[in-house]
Design a protein around this ligand. Structure first.
Ligand SMILES: [Fe+2]
Length: 437
């Protein structure tokens, strides 16, 4: 196995003093590291020192607007001050509790949906080094929690809540300046669709316009409405847009069946015999156009039914987006849920196959009752030539609160090793691999 460190981020602390948070996504970020070297595993974990976390610890109360939680003003004057902060976005959280990415220049950044929640950390010590400041003037409050990061670029989407649409932007290694590739205007609804993630192919960026749309009012207020910062607008329909990475031009914009997805798996270009691109294929973990997952991730639900299957079904959905000017694209199940699992989510691929035709995806599709595995993360074997030649890392949370790191053979799924943690760790979300230099 490669020498290096698997970092995994996720919400991990759900209470301040006696007050307990309500939703999984409210938790303050806990970073976990698994460092592999010479057949040994060294693990560690640490809280990310965001402003929101530090303020909560110091004041023993919630001070920023989290996913479903709002700070309670002490008095009327504080309330008025809060309103001002609400409209400037100053009261939004910077709790970077969703993902962690290894930029091409070696900086490691933890991320969440708010742009201010971009925090640089030290992958060895897990120290919080400071805010990642975007030096451009593109503005906006939010971005995709899952940028596409390679050795040569960082691509992300900036939803435009005022004039519904998305800016597709690129940042180069060593830079803090995002540059606009192009803009997609929304085709339906009062606001852009939620873009937790998006896929790319070799030449295109795919911009999903999901009927689960941002709600600017809820985003700022963070009241525990049924869908939190979002609203379900089936009447606004669902779309997929394809933008040329080089020119910023829209190569396709098609209506597709209603869908709900948080995690795209990968995308690639389908070509004809003469090598012309005829369609873009984009795969995702699709929740059967059902938004209830957000409600089901309330802690009360997760903690009340230990070991039971409390999460709704999700399938591997495949979008087929024609590039011949057709107005419609398709969405179908790429895999049989009875064979491959009904709760498919938290996916990874061999990063060498990003944007290319691929065969293997790793995801959780648990049949409960069982221990809960976190995102299965693929790391290629040094010198590998086959797509599935590598290991899959996951951290498993057991029913009794214990946990262990699990290493599986990427090809056979045989267990290579498991390392029990000396203490239980919270369930986490997304990770990245930092190879040892
Ligand atoms: Fe995610």
């Amino acid at each position: 196995m490669q020498k290096g460190t698997y970092l995994r981020n996720g919400p991990g602390l759900w209470h301040i003093g006696n007050y307990n948070f309500r939703h999984l996504f409210d938790g303050y970020a806990t970073l976990v590291k698994l460092h592999f070297e010479n057949g040994r595993l060294v693990a560690g974990h640490r809280q990310i020192e965001s402003e929101a976390y530090k303020a909560a610890k110091k004041n023993k109360k919630l001070c920023f607007r989290e996913f479903s939680e709002v700070p309670k003003p002490d008095n009327f004057l504080a309330y008025i001050g809060d309103l001002a902060k609400l409209f400037s976005g100053a009261s939004l959280t910077d709790n970077a509790n969703t993902g962690v990415v290894n930029l091409g220049d070696g900086r490691v950044v933890c991320l969440t949906e708010t742009q201010k929640g971009s925090i640089i950390i030290d992958p060895e010590t897990l120290d919080t080094l400071g805010k990642f400041q975007y030096s451009d003037s593109l503005g906006g409050l939010i971005h995709s929690a899952h940028p596409i990061v390679t050795d040569t670029e960082f691509l992300t989407l900036l939803p435009d809540l005022l004039k519904p649409g998305y800016l597709v932007v690129r940042m180069e290694p060593g830079s803090n300046e995002r540059k606009v590739i192009g803009r997609v205007d929304c085709r339906g609804g009062p606001a852009p669709g939620w873009v937790h993630s998006f896929p790319v192919t070799e030449h295109y960026v795919i911009v999903p316009e999901m009927p689960l749309r941002y709600c600017a009012k809820n985003l700022l207020k963070a009241e525990p409405t049924p869908l939190y910062k979002f609203e379900w607008h089936p009447e606004s329909k669902g779309f997929m847009h394809v933008m040329c990475k080089a020119s910023g031009k829209i190569a396709a914009s098609v209506e597709v069946p209603l869908y709900v997805t948080f995690h795209f798996i990968n995308a690639y270009e389908e070509k004809d015999e003469e090598g012309r691109v005829t369609a873009v294929i984009a795969d995702c973990c699709e929740h059967n156009a059902d938004t209830t997952i957000l409600e089901k991730l309330r802690l009360q639900n997760l903690q009340s039914f230990m070991g039971m299957d409390v999460l709704p079904d999700a399938r591997v959905g495949r979008f087929i987006i024609p590039l011949d000017g057709s107005p419609y694209g398709k969405l179908e199940a790429a895999l049989d849920p009875d064979e491959h699992g009904k709760g498919m989510d938290m996916c990874s691929i061999n990063p060498k196959y990003l944007g290319k035709k691929y065969r293997y995806a790793y995801a959780c599709g648990a049949q409960r009752p069982c221990a809960v595995p976190s995102e299965p993360f693929f790391v290629a074997r040094p010198g590998a030539t086959e797509e599935d030649d590598g290991v899959v890392i996951s951290m498993i949370s057991e029913k009794n609160g214990d946990g262990y790191a699990l290493l599986l053979d990427g090809s056979t799924f045989e267990e290579i090793a498991r390392a029990k943690f000396p203490y239980g760790l919270p369930y986490g979300l997304h990770g990245c691999w930092v190879p040892k230099k």
